[in-house]
Design a protein around this ligand. Structure first.
Ligand SMILES: [Zn+2]
Length: 261
């Protein structure tokens, strides 16, 4: 009798173990398949997002190259002024007042005003226009003052001029003569540390403005980094310049080359 009872116990034990094991395998399989399907869905989504993103980039690039063939480097807003290309002494744009007798090109002033309005809406109030349009005569005066300062320091005319040039542009070489450039706040690179600068870096292109003399383009622009100096070029151009990480010199070259093809 004892033997039979033991046999029954043993068989029951075996059945319980087998059932338990089967259940365990079943649960394991269920969990594993759920995890796998979750991952593969995520994977699909990531892949889809990649495809959509790539398509957007391709569309944008196609749009850009389509637009570029219509752009002319002679557009008033793309006027290039630097040590090679000077502003004609007689060039005086039609001007409108920003505030406090500071003037800007009439065709671009609404973009500047909108930009300043929107930046202030973000509670960034520590921004002001220090300098905008400057006439040829005004720029000449600023340059001469700087030269005289160095002459007083004991430099000769040539030395004084080349030193002055690193700080103040020669009259025919200043973008401020175009009425399309604006200097913010203290006209020093302290501006770089402000919230206003951060905002401009992110948004200025949406109003048609670019940082004209970036840190990493000094060898191309020929001008040392100026975080305070922003230039209007128009929204479409500014967006491409920003996207491609160009400075204005590079962008003009890019347009020229695209049109030569
Ligand atoms: Zn400036």
């Amino acid at each position: 009798m004892l033997v039979i009872k033991d046999k029954v116990k043993f068989t029951r034990g075996i059945i319980i173990i087998i059932t338990g094991f089967a259940l365990f395998i079943g649960v394991l399989y269920f969990c594993a398949s759920t995890v796998i399907s979750l991952f593969s869905k995520e994977g699909e989504e990531i892949l889809m997002n990649d495809i959509i993103e790539n398509n957007n980039v391709t569309e944008q690039t196609e749009q850009i190259s389509e637009n570029i063939s219509n752009y002319s480097i002679d557009e008033w807003n793309l006027k290039l002024v630097n040590k090679t290309y000077s502003v004609d002494k007689t060039y005086i744009p039609e001007l409108e007042e920003i505030s406090d007798e500071k003037m800007f090109d009439k065709r671009a002033i609404s973009y500047l005003k909108n930009m300043l309005e929107d930046i202030r809406k973000e509670n960034i109030t520590n921004i002001w226009v220090q300098s905008a349009y400057r006439s040829y005569e005004k720029q000449e005066e600023l340059f001469e003052n700087k030269v005289n300062y160095y002459i007083e320091q004991g430099k000769n005319q040539e030395e004084a001029e080349s030193l002055a040039q690193t700080i103040v542009q020669r009259p025919e070489m200043s973008e401020h003569n175009l009425g399309l450039a604006v200097d913010f706040n203290t006209v020093t690179n302290e501006f770089e540390k402000t919230k206003a600068f951060e905002w401009l870096q992110e948004n200025a292109q949406n109003y048609g403005f670019i940082l004209r003399y970036p840190k990493d383009k000094q060898d191309i622009t020929g001008i040392t980094y100026e975080s305070w100096h922003w230039r209007y070029v128009g929204i479409e151009h500014a967006k491409i310049i920003k996207q491609k990480g160009y400075c204005l010199e590079e962008y003009i070259k890019y347009l020229q080359e695209a049109q030569e093809v």
